[in-house]
Design a protein. Structure first.
Lengths: 444, 169
């Protein structure tokens, strides 16, 4: 597989167990800093918004979606790359994925949990959020299933549930391995979570079958989720939204931004946990290629958007597109073009694809670019629709900005917490890519 | 099984494990469990020889179909409960309902797969098997043979001959 000495099965167990050792002070330092941002930005700002009302944010008619829905779509998108790596590449038997897929899958679950905050934050009176769930009630009211917002509820709750189940099922044999080498109360907790896993032929037989089925269910699911999210926009008549291009455009963008987030997570993780024998140049190279490929597809979609709005000969479509490129928010659009279409082009060079700092910087650009892509879809389109009388510019306020910043803290806090408690590299799947131990006597 | 004995052989190689499984079968000892740190195709082929494919997929199918049916039932039935026309669309608008049905197909299919895995795999398993060795999750392969007491010596011999590093009980 590689030029360096091949790790043995026991090495893999050791390497993953080392990631679970009590964290060093620097780790606690980062956790505290992120926890502080989480508390001040997310919890304080949200509390203030609940107490004083949604007017605390910068949202004014017609800009009622603004930062919250931008960030919601951003986080849902982040999750998609995790599922792509864990489920779709599993079905394709891409062996390079084994050492990074667990981290990516954890990222998926937490990204969806982060995204899930935003519809609640955005509701204002979030204690009525349960009205979205169809249940028999004394008012004889049922939700409107023709509304894309309700499709969202179903798509995202399904996505969160299935991703969490997939993550947990994938972890069970690894948790058993940790159980077997820990002592005391840790052994008890891991023992309960491992469900009594022993790795017997009986267990593996059903496990492998079930795991393949989970991957097969997750694959169409991930495509459906961001398509449904895109229909929140595409089903509306707003110029700049009402397009059949949106579903593939969103799904591709989601995977693109998610890969960038995977990079941002695994590069420091590899350094801190010293996972160099497992996360090698091969993994970085493959990820770099995927970022580049999705970036090129995205650039194609940008071109398509321009073309379709011109070719539509629709006055409002053309005016909206022209205003986006020249109006108040033009800077955000050009920033997006730079981050998403230009900056990933350095990944054409193989040296850049295996150079961690370059990859990290490109990934940060991609994340910024993809956040602004959603911003550019939502805010400028609403700012400049059919009637000049309804035009309006959005200015973010302290509260909504703080909640958006806080959502990043929430995500990183969850991620940093879990990778110290659970195996963030799959013990079983990494072993599967190592040649099986064969006796000295060999085959005879 | 009255008068039962269990013999455990611990191996550190895949090929010796496969050889032991085949040798045990050859001696008529076919009631055994194999513990492996990872799923290995060669071992699985040797063990599952003649066994039907796991029925987990049946759970997935039934769950998925239940989800589809539930999705269509919920949307159609609840729309008919309150005949409110919105956007000039029919009360029962199938295209948007397909989305709900699709998501519920995946949701129910996935949860039933989980149930199937737990039910068929007999998980959670509350007690470790008496012969379980913690090295089975690291780098050792174990074969636990269950046989009448009279056959225990044969089993031990087979395991030792095929290359077990350790034979117990």
């Amino acid at each position: 597989m590689s030029a360096v000495a091949e790790p043995t099965y026991a090495d893999v167990n050791q390497a993953v167990l080392r990631t679970l050792e009590p964290p060093r002070n620097a780790y606690y330092g980062w956790m505290s800093l992120i926890g502080f941002v989480l508390a001040t930005c997310l919890f304080t700002a949200w509390t203030a918004q609940i107490y004083y009302g949604i007017g605390m944010t910068g949202k004014r008619v017609p800009q009622m979606w603004a930062l919250y829905i931008t960030t919601f779509v951003f986080w849902i998108g982040i999750g998609h790359a995790g599922t792509l790596i864990s489920a779709i590449l599993y079905l394709f038997r891409a062996r390079w994925r084994t050492s990074i897929y667990r981290a990516a899958e954890i990222m998926t679950v937490f990204a969806v949990m982060t995204a899930g905050l935003f519809p609640l934050v955005h509701l204002g009176r979030m204690w009525f959020g349960y009205w979205l769930i169809p249940y028999p009630n004394q008012r004889y009211l049922w939700p409107n299933f023709r509304s894309p917002l309700l499709w969202d509820v179903f798509a995202i709750s399904t996505y969160l549930t299935i991703s969490a189940v997939f993550l947990y099922v994938g972890m069970v044999p690894d948790i058993a391995a940790i159980r077997d080498s820990s002592t005391g109360w840790r052994k008890k907790i891991y023992g309960v979570l491992a469900l009594g896993w022993e790795g017997s032929d009986h267990q593996w037989r059903h496990y492998r079958r079930a795991y393949g089925l989970f991957a097969a269910l997750n694959t169409p699911l991930v495509v459906s989720v961001h398509s449904v999210v895109s229909w929140d926009f595409a089903m509306a008549l707003v110029p700049g939204w009402h397009s059949t291009l949106f579903a593939p455009f969103f799904v591709n963008g989601a995977i693109f931004s998610g890969f960038a987030m995977v990079m941002v997570l695994i590069l420091p993780m590899r350094k801190y946990f010293n996972l160099y024998p497992y996360i090698q140049d091969k993994q970085l190279d493959a990820m770099g290629k995927l970022i580049l490929a999705t970036s090129l597809v995205l650039s194609y979609f940008y071109a398509c958007e321009l073309f379709t709005s011109w070719y539509s000969a629709d006055h409002f479509e053309k005016a909206s597109m022209f205003w986006k490129h020249t109006g108040t928010y033009a800077w955000a659009l050009y920033l997006m073009y730079f981050c998403n279409s230009l900056s990933p082009l350095v990944l054409f060079s193989r040296r850049a694809r295996t150079h961690p700092t370059t990859l990290f910087i490109v990934s940060i650009f991609v994340l910024i670019g993809m956040w602004f892509e959603r911003f550019n879809i939502i805010v400028p389109s609403l700012a400049h629709d059919f009637y000049p009388a309804t035009w309006g510019i959005f200015k973010p306020a302290l509260t909504d900005t703080a909640i958006v910043v806080g959502s990043f803290a929430w995500f990183f806090f969850l991620f940093l917490g879990l990778i110290k408690l659970m195996p963030s590299v799959s013990i079983v799947e990494v072993k599967e890519t190592i040649p099986h131990p064969v006796s000295e006597r060999g085959h005879h | 099984m009255a008068q039962a004995a269990t013999v455990l052989g611990i191996f550190s190689h895949v090929d010796t494990t496969v050889r032991a499984i085949n040798a045990l079968r050859g001696r008529g000892l076919s009631d055994f469990s194999v513990y492996t740190p990872i799923p290995v195709d060669e071992i699985e082929e040797a063990v599952d020889h003649g066994k039907p494919v796991s029925r987990v997929r049946l759970f997935t199918l039934i769950g998925g179909l239940t989800g589809t049916a539930t999705g269509f039932f919920l949307t159609i039935w609840s729309s008919l409960k309150w005949n409110l026309v919105t956007g000039g669309k029919p009360i029962v608008s199938i295209p948007p309902f397909v989305i709900i049905a699709f998501e519920l197909t995946i949701l129910f299919g996935g949860l039933c797969t989980l149930l199937g895995l737990l039910f068929l795999g007999r998980l959670p398993k509350l007690r470790r098997s008496s012969n379980y060795d913690p090295r089975f999750t690291v780098d050792r392969f174990g074969i636990e043979v269950r046989c009448p007491a009279a056959m225990a010596e044969t089993a031990r011999q087979v395991l030792r001959e095929t290359g077990a590093q350790e034979v117990r009980a």
